[in-house]
Ligand binder design. Structure first.
Ligand code: KIV
Length: 301
């Protein structure tokens, strides 16, 4: 199939998955989202058949080495969104092309609605198909103008990492009666405003189920149990590239870090013992050229 004719996921199609799943659970499986931050990661996610790629502000922690997500800017996310978009464009996979969601980072949508729209537009111009932002009713005055500018918005409720200091750490949210009801009210407000999907992070499974039942747009869970309309994990966690932090909700499907350390050690050993490169990995002069340079013996092609 030519690249231009591949079908793609988009906001209305993602939103419609929940209705399709309720009409015929066999016809619509849970949505699969994974983060990616560069072109090879995007190509692998496409080849694996994921539905959505999130250029998350987790970039700050898993790629750039910061302790929280507060350090990245819209320009950082745009830079990596461009790489993901180029990766998908050059991908050979015939799978349906994942929708690219880019995170609006902290302070990109907290003070001024015009600035929020401009920042969202920067991410769309970089190659995203939608933006994600954290917070519920408190953020509606920023979400509405972004939606008015025809940019699809994914919400994010529960453990919202941009609120790490306000929450007093990365802590499970919605554990008490009132907090659970607040989450439901926030989700309803986001769905009513027009968000096409909502990430639910770090909430008890029963609360995630309540939220999921209360909205007609898909919920995509991370650390929110098995009852949401989809699941998302961070690329470096799924692949075992990041092995220092192991939250309970992460399942590692590979040990890429160990495989990488092993490969790099083998390379280092080969260099130090001159086992690399060998003859087949080197370029050679023709014997004529070698002769004109006064080089003789064993330099043939
Ligand atoms: O930035 C991110 O990776 C996220 C996911 C954890 C949902 O927001």
């Amino acid at each position: 199939m030519s690249k231009s004719r591949r079908s793609s996921w988009n906001a209305p199609a993602i939103a419609a998955q929940k209705r399709r799943a309720s009409e015929d659970p066999d016809a619509a499986s849970p949505l699969v989202m994974v983060t990616a931050y560069d072109a090879p990661g995007a190509r692998m996610a496409h080849e694996a058949g994921v539905d959505l790629i999130l250029v998350g502000d987790s970039l700050a922690m898993v790629v750039l080495g910061y302790d929280d997500t507060l350090q990245v800017t819209t320009a950082d996310i745009a830079h990596h969104t461009g790489a993901v978009a180029r990766g998908l464009k050059s991908s050979d996979s015939e799978n349906r092309v994942p929708m690219v969601v880019a995170d609006l980072p902290w302070m990109a949508y907290h003070t001024d609605p015009h600035e929020a729209v401009r920042n969202a537009a920067d991410l769309i111009r970089a190659g995203a198909h939608s933006v994600k932002l954290e917070g519920g009713r408190k953020r509606l005055s920023m979400i509405e103008p972004i939606l008015d500018a025809e940019i699809p918005v994914m919400g994010h409720l529960g453990l919202t990492p941009q609120s790490v200091h306000a929450m007093g750490g990365f802590k499970v949210q919605g554990k008490e009666h009132d907090a659970a009801l607040e989450l439901v009210a926030d989700a309803k407000a986001l769905a009513a405003a027009g968000c096409f999907a909502i990430v639910l992070e770090g909430v008890p499974d029963a609360v995630a189920n309540m939220v999921t039942a209360s909205v007609d747009v898909p919920t995509i869970g991370i650390g929110a149990g098995n009852g949401t309309d989809g699941q998302v994990l961070v690329y470096h966690d799924v692949l075992g590239i990041e092995d220092r932090i192991t939250p309970k909700f992460v399942r590692r499907y590979a040990d890429v870090k160990s495989a990488s350390v092993e490969a790099l050690s083998a390379f280092a050993d080969d260099v130090r013992t001159r086992a690399f490169p060998d003859d087949s990995e080197s370029y050679h002069l023709s014997s004529d050229a070698a002769e004109t340079l006064g080089l003789y013996g064993g330099l043939g092609e």
